[in-house]
Design a protein around this ligand. Structure first.
Ligand code: PLP
Length: 442
């Protein structure tokens, strides 16, 4: 670029290449350099960057109808996409509220939980319980729910008070000699303890990611954890909100990540993979019970944004879901995911500084440690995750870095979330680049 940029970038001093094209799993910059998109940005680009059917669907929709405000109209793409999602959704999820991204989906979920209890006359239910080391978005409500201290710290005076209990983070927090099942029950019990501490009649909802993405690096819960969480929520009339903004839409080898845990939430948030990067779209799915309570009460959800249910975004989402289902891409996630896992374990399983390799489907995290036996992280001042991101990018691989926490409870991570269409040769390239980058920084 020759003229001075007026774009406000995330990192003010980063010198970024200009992305000018996308080709399958690759992004291309102005110099013609190709980058394998090993993290889909942040688990967004599940179909790669040049899916013909999604692009065509967007063009057709723009030509037919670009925008109609949801205060006046519904639209075919929104109606059809909602039906497709509900056909596959777990439990009695029955209604879909479309938004423009993940934070908006979480904001809507929190407000819906509160309004649901109000309309039932349960006006005291106002507490939201979330988990430490979680991320639910960057708007103030979603940030309040999240447990990522680095993101929260400077905005703390503006955040709403919320409770945070332990995540289900077996690698770092399971006691020596404790079975996986016992560990899962122990952490789930923290939810009950917190509900009792706050007063059972004052808790409106519990929110969690089935597979923790941006903060822990693809950490699934241990078997039995979410079943116990569901029981506790039911026992105390607390709504269960599952945030699948990152891990949903097939990423983990199930259309909805919670399917693997055999648990259905009362409210489910999805985004990223729903639009696959072709359009900004997210959604909040809620149960029949919640919808009927509001429909039979005030009849009005006190929430909304200008672009909810945007027809072009919905048309993109509809085309994405069709691709996932018609091309059987969820099975592909399972088969290619198994190959990615095998390749990661083969290449890095014995690496002196790779403490843990975890994930599901095409969602994998590598936790880096200074000392494997003690699981001791590198000092965060070393900025290892950032250095690794840079070295991998230079080698032609995009992967998503997460710095370790200052308190040393979590080390630096790298997250991999490649497109579902990746070939075996792409897996080999991704692993080679990562290996080269690790060699350079460690
Ligand atoms: N929830 C989870 C689990 C996420 O990973 C993210 C983003 O990374 C969000 C919410 C926020 O989504 P968005 O960035 O689209 O607002």
């Amino acid at each position: 670029m020759t003229t001075r940029s007026h774009v406000f970038p995330r990192h003010c001093h980063a010198e970024l290449p200009t992305a000018v094209g996308g080709d399958g799993c690759y992004l291309i910059d102005q110099s013609g350099k190709r980058y394998f998109d090993g993290s889909g940005g942040a688990a967004v680009s599940c179909l790669g960057h040049s899916n013909a059917r999604v692009r065509e669907a967007i063009k057709e929709q723009v030509d037919q109808l670009a925008f109609a405000h949801t205060g006046f109209f519904t639209s075919d793409p929104a109606e059809e996409l909602a039906t497709m999602l509900i056909d596959k959704a777990p439990g009695d999820l029955d209604r879909v509220y479309f938004v423009s991204g993940g934070s908006e989906a979480v904001e809507a979920a929190i407000k819906l939980a509160r309004q649901y209890h109000l309309e039932r006359g349960d006006v005291n239910r106002r507490h939201l319980i979330a988990r430490r080391q979680s991320y639910h978005g960057n708007t103030l409500g979603a940030l309040s729910a999240g447990g990522n201290e680095w993101r929260r710290r400077q905005f703390a005076p503006l955040l709403v008070e919320m409770s945070h209990i332990a995540p289900c983070y077996e690698y770092a927090e399971r006691d020596a000699g404790e079975s996986l099942a016992d560990y899962g029950q122990r952490v789930a019990q923290e939810l009950e303890a917190e509900i009792l501490r706050l007063g059972p009649d004052s808790v409106m909802a519990f929110i969690a990611e089935p597979v923790v993405g941006a903060t822990l690096g693809a950490v699934p819960a241990v078997p039995g954890y979410f079943k116990r969480v569901r029981e506790i929520c039911d026992q105390y009339g607390v709504l269960l909100i599952l945030d699948e903004v990152m891990c949903g839409m097939g990423r983990t080898g199930h259309l909805f990540a919670c399917d693997a845990d055999g648990v259905a939430p009362d409210i489910l948030c999805i985004a990223k993979g729903l639009g696959a990067g072709y359009q900004p779209i997210g959604a909040m799915l809620c149960s029949n019970t919640i919808y009927d309570t509001i429909a039979g009460g005030s009849g009005f959800f006190q929430h909304g944004h200008t672009y909810i249910g945007h027809p072009v975004a919905a048309a993109a989402g509809r085309a994405v879901v069709r691709e996932l289902l018609e091309q059987d891409l969820i099975s592909r996630v399972q088969t290619q995911g198994a190959k990615v896992e095998a390749a990661l374990r083969d290449r890095f399983g014995q690496h002196a500084h790779v403490g843990d390799i975890r994930g599901r489907g095409l969602f994998w995290g590598l936790e880096l440690v200074e000392d494997r036996s003690e699981k001791r992280p590198f000092a965060p001042e070393q900025g290892l995750a950032g250095k690794l991101k840079k070295a991998a990018f230079h080698a032609g691989l995009i992967c998503y870095p997460m710095p370790g926490t200052r308190d040393g409870r979590r080390g630096d991570h790298i997250l991999l979330a490649p497109p579902f269409i990746l070939e075996d040769s792409d897996i080999a390239f991704m692993i080679d680049c990562l290996s080269q980058a690790l060699g350079e920084v460690l």
